[in-house]
Write a protein that binds this ligand. Structure first.
Ligand code: KG4
Ligand code: ZN
Length: 345
């Protein structure tokens, strides 16, 4: 079945066409991502230093039709071939979610096919199954995005147990706020990571929040404050060395918590998903730790780390294949700006 995936939870419009395999076949081996396209709004929001929700919603409305046409053309398919429309139902910005949900639901209604609301984080955490080297269930998932930092135990599609999460800022948020303090623009995660490459390690010492808490909770807001204090007190301050100190501290905390999660669950596979999962330093440190501790780490393809429609179409395909509930076609629908992943069934 051909599934159109629509992602509009924040500041990226993502559209994808995924050919789902027949029931019973292993999804990663049998399905095909035919085409996908992402329009990033970062240039539009940059002037404001962050996402402006109303501008985001309006831009999604503008982009959805042309992006869908483009993806269909690239895949050489017609709109009538689409057998289901999957969209991000939450969590995310209410207006942005509504733009995607309204588009997806209307299209599904017009085509007479099911519309499938997908949890954005489920999309992220299943996305490594789309890569050539796909993990088997069960696994531990580290979800590190702009809005979330969570460790989950994943038994199978739809069975997610929260092991721990951030008590304040998400890791991506800490990257972005620190990048802003260093004048690197928005979203600064990738730029901060790049700057850190030329920084000297150990020049500045930043805290490793909650690293020894003995549980799987995180806290990142203190790190950004520590960076601010250093900028105020040190004169001159080396931005590259400070970027390096921030990346080293963040990565060390993430690696320590992942290691503890592997120990506590006794599982041997770790999946890393979400925008920060694209971070080079994090990948290198996790790869090294996994060799030392004897577990395997899996990542999505780099272009599927950040928000995209492919992960939404793919999550819908896995849900359909697993016989999970798909909400019936209806005129009324809702979006869920806040939505607990562990509440999924
Ligand atoms: O998953 P995502 O695209 O959107 C959310 O659902 O939040 O994640 C975006 C976050 C941003 O905070 C961005 O700065 C961060 O991921 N990010 C990175 C890198 N690429 C994206 N952070 C550090 N290093 C990167 N290479
Ligand atoms: Zn995301």
């Amino acid at each position: 079945m051909l599934i159109l995936g629509i992602e509009t939870s924040c500041d990226e419009t993502g559209v994808a066409l995924y050919e789902a395999p027949q029931a019973g076949l292993r999804p990663a081996a049998a399905g095909t991502l035919l085409a996908h396209a992402v329009h990033s709004q970062t240039a539009m929001h940059e002037a404001y230093g962050g996402v402006v929700p109303e501008l985001a919603s309006r831009d999604h409305v503008r982009r959805l039709v042309p992006l869908s046409r483009q993806v269909l053309a690239r895949a050489g398919r017609r709109i009538e071939d689409v057998g289901a429309v999957a969209y991000t139902e939450g969590p995310g910005l209410a207006g942005a979610l509504l733009a995607g949900a309204a588009f997806a639901r209307s299209l599904a209604q017009a085509l007479g096919v099911p519309a499938i609301g997908i949890h954005h984080l489920e999309g992220h955490l299943l996305s490594p199954l789309l890569s050539a080297r796909a993990p088997q269930f069960p696994f531990v998932a580290l979800l590190v995005s702009g809005g979330h930092t969570q460790l989950m135990r994943v038994a199978e599609v739809g069975r997610y147990v929260l092991l721990g999460e951030t008590q304040d800022d998400a890791a991506g948020e800490a990257f972005d706020k620190t990048a802003q303090l260093l004048g690197l623009g928005y979203p600064g995660g990738p730029a901060l990571s790049k700057l850190a490459e030329s920084g000297k390690p150990g020049r500045y010492r930043l805290p490793r929040p909650m690293i020894a808490s003995g549980d799987l909770e995180f806290s990142f807001s203190g790190l950004k404050t520590a960076v601010l204090t250093l900028i105020r007190n040190e004169n001159p301050v080396s931005h590259a060395d400070l970027a390096r100190a921030f990346v080293d501290a963040t990565v060390q905390v993430l690696v320590a918590k992942c290691t503890l999660a592997m120990l506590q669950t006794g599982l041997t596979r770790l999946v890393v998903a979400g925008g920060v999962g694209a971070n080079k330093q994090l990948r290198a440190a996790l790869d090294e730790q996994s060799r030392r501790e004897g577990f395997d780490v899996y990542y999505p393809e780099p272009e599927l780390c950040t928000d995209n429609g492919a992960m939404i179409a793919f999550a819908a395909a896995l849900r359909l294949q697993a016989g999970k509930a798909v909400s019936p076609a209806q005129h009324a629908f809702t979006v869920r700006p806040r939505w607990d992943l562990a509440a999924l069934t």
